[in-house]
Design a binder for this molecule. Structure first.
Ligand SMILES: NC(=O)c1ccc[n+]([C@@H]2O[C@H](COP(=O)([O-])OP(=O)(O)OC[C@H]3O[C@@H](n4cnc5c(N)ncnc54)[C@H](OP(=O)(O)O)[C@@H]3O)[C@@H](O)[C@H]2O)c1
Length: 354
């Protein structure tokens, strides 16, 4: 059962009432795109920490994903749209911190895919304009913007995919608006979860480890859950991270090495696992920007410093998720496909495009 309090925030009436009151001493953190994979991990870890109230922003407070979020402690589900600044204004009122995330994903169009750079930039500008209002008022103290990993040498980045450059443009807008001092830019790499997506053909199976990058190229990756771990640690250590940017990754391996790891986990008696790269022209056709991203990763690479991250994680008492643990977890949940024909869809697309 949902109801609205005087702030207009949507609440789950099964939560204890004290979790809905905002007049205790817990600082409030607003999380945009809270129902996303990344948003969920952030809300989950902030909730676990027990020291924050979380305003979880979504366009659809009654969706299943929102319902799942609302069962976490100290979480309020809040209706907001990054394209509607007035909804952000209501949700950011009185918050101590914001975890800001934006999406490039619009409607899918054949030959382009779903990612639109300007769509994401518009959301980022709304997000930052409203954050600035509350920073100027003195209520907002810490802003984390979740961007995408960026190598040090900007020349190496060019040409980068639109859903990367959109995020880096939003970073620049943060600086332009004078928010650097209270901001932290968090820059994750590709999720492990992409290897097990719900898209047909892009799922780990008994015989296949799928990917979009060439089998011999280093590809930095991360468990989406680790983004929440880092965000929580950053909110708990503002003095250490404000004014800083942090590239985060959990692994750096080639596709072949990842497939070998999966094989080792399955045992030598199980069928031979191959790394299968989805043909670039298929990727270009389905999601053009992911094709550009794959070129970029092969040419440039994300550039997170894993050694430095490990020592920072030790200092912050963060245990990052190695790929092998993530695979074990997936395996134990028996969510991996056992069908050898999972690559049918790309093959069909390839047949269409050739
Ligand atoms: N996939 C990767 O490997 C990877 C790696 C690093 C960074 N990223 C970036 O991380 C971001 C999140 O990706 P994800 O895969 O975690 O997301 P996701 O699971 O695909 O979720 C997308 C979310 O966007 C929200 N949304 C869409 N339009 C919105 C709008 N106008 N206003 C507010 N919310 C809106 C939706 O929430 P509601 O429908 O509930 O409103 C939905 O929860 C993206 O920018 C992506 O580029 C992805």
């Amino acid at each position: 059962m949902k109801s609205s309090d005087k702030t207009g925030l949507v609440q789950n009436s099964s939560n204890p009432p004290e979790n809905l009151e905002l007049n205790d001493s817990k600082p409030i953190i607003a999380v945009t795109m809270a129902t996303s994979r990344q948003g969920y991990s952030v809300v989950k870890h902030l909730s676990k920490s027990g020291i924050f109230h979380i305003r979880a922003l979504t366009r659809f407070p009654s969706s299943q994903k929102s319902e799942k979020l609302s069962r976490l402690d100290n979480v309020q589900i809040v209706k907001a749209d990054l394209l509607e600044p007035e909804t952000l204004e209501r949700c950011f009122s009185g918050v101590y911190g914001i975890f800001g995330n934006t999406t490039p994903t619009k409607g899918w169009v054949l030959g382009r895919g779903s990612m639109v750079r300007d769509y994401e930039i518009k959301q980022g500008r709304n997000l930052i304009d409203i954050a600035k209002k509350f920073a100027d008022l003195g209520t907002l103290k810490h802003f984390i913007f979740s961007s995408i990993c960026k190598p040090k040498d900007p020349l190496k980045s060019h040409p980068a995919p639109g859903h990367f450059t959109s995020k880096w443009s939003i970073e620049e807008y943060i600086l332009k608006q004078g928010l650097k001092e209270l901001s932290t830019i968090l820059r994750p790499v590709s999720y492990y979860e992409n290897f097990n997506s719900d898209l047909p053909g892009i799922k780990i199976s008994e015989r296949i480890f799928p990917g979009v990058v060439h089998k011999n190229k280093i590809w930095q990756t991360i468990a989406v859950d680790d983004i929440g771990l880092w965000a929580n640690a950053i909110f708990k250590n503002p003095q250490k991270f404000q004014g800083e940017a942090l590239n985060i990754a959990g692994e750096e391996m080639t596709g072949e090495e990842m497939a070998t790891l999966w094989q080792q986990l399955k045992g030598q008696d199980s069928p031979t696992v191959s790394y299968v790269m989805i043909p670039r022209r298929v990727v270009n056709l389905i999601e053009h920007d992911i094709g550009l991203m794959a070129n970029w990763i092969e040419r440039t690479g994300y550039g997170a410093d894993l050694k430095q991250l490990k020592s920072l994680a030790d200092e912050l008492q963060i245990t990052m998720t190695p790929l092998v643990n993530w695979l074990k977890h997936k395996d134990s949940q028996s969510r991996v496909s056992t069908h050898p024909y999972i690559f049918d869809l790309p093959r069909k697309f390839e047949a269409l495009s050739s």
